[in-house]
Design a binder for this molecule. Sequence first.
Ligand SMILES: *Cc1c(COP(=O)(O)O)cnc(C)c1O
Length: 373
Amino acid sequence: MTYRRSFRVPFLDLAVRDQAERADILSAVGRVLDHGRIIFGPEVGELERSFEKLTGRQHAVGCGSGTDALYLAFRALGIGQGDEVITPALIWLATANAIANVGATPVFADIDNAFNIDPASVARLVTPRTKAVLAVHAMGKICDISRLQELAKNKGLLLIEDASQAFGASYEGRTAGSFGDVSCLSLNPMKLFGACGEAGMTLTNDKSVADHILRLRHHGMVDKEHSLEPAFNMRLDTLQAAILLARLPRLEGTINRRRELAKRYSAALSGLVETPKESESGRDVYFVYTIRTPERDRLEAHLLADGVEARVRDRVLVPHQAHFSRPAAEPWPNAERLASLMISLPMHEHMSDNEQDIVINSVRQYFSAKGVN
Ligand SMILES: *Cc1c(COP(=O)(O)O)cnc(C)c1O
């Protein structure tokens, strides 16, 4: 896909152009090559201890990806065949796929106007087979976690948090990754805190669940020779752990730059399109910057033709994927509506003000040609 290079402003830039950051990463990799403990090296445990400190959780167990983290959480919590797990209709597919891959049934809830799972829809979907709710924080904003916690408590359901898109976000003084029976994180390169390859993390306060995840990530092994149950290789790679540790000191800077860019976008575009509403009781981290407009399809074509790589990330709702399509317990009017209005603008911490101005001017140009403003 060489055409990507021709965008004046790419959606994301995963190259490491900051020379100081590059030097830190290369020396972290060098240290692993020196000690040679490539599998389950000391950096894996070091990263896990850092995550415990950052989230206030008692146990962090690393794994191969965010999808692994979800799979491991469901299995360690005993979720499987015959169980229903309520999950949002509009979010990355990995969520429902992980539910299906432990043998459970994803039941899709509608979303609220912040693209997050709607607790009222969740409440309506609870059946005697419901075992858990997957609370996903979409696009860098914490979902309505208090109401989901209350609902889970009242109905005796497990609550799993997927903080993949919101690491560093907070809500009433509590941080993403600190909620639920198990919290899951993707640390893939597209995420706000990402490795240079695949990586994931699980977090819990329950030691027996953490111990279970520890063996599930390594073929169910309890020691070098004995396995208690069939499982996969879902190890956290030592090189990726080392790179993440090297990147950790830059996380706050990343979040601050993204918040600054979001503020600039909102100030420039709020009269033309619907811009994201900033959380009043917490900190949003802007994993993506997503606007809404009834002009979405035409605006998308204009931006792409103008060299601005805007993306519609969730054009197809998860329940509309072929393997999930079956009669729904209730429709998803808000998810359907937002899926037709949403478009995400280029946004990454290395984006310059100049690049952002190109995007802003392109959006403005589209609307002025239409006679708006
Ligand atoms: C990225 C993502 C995942 C999957 O993570 P991988 O590391 O790509 O497997 C799961 N859930 C959400 C919400 C994500 O954004």
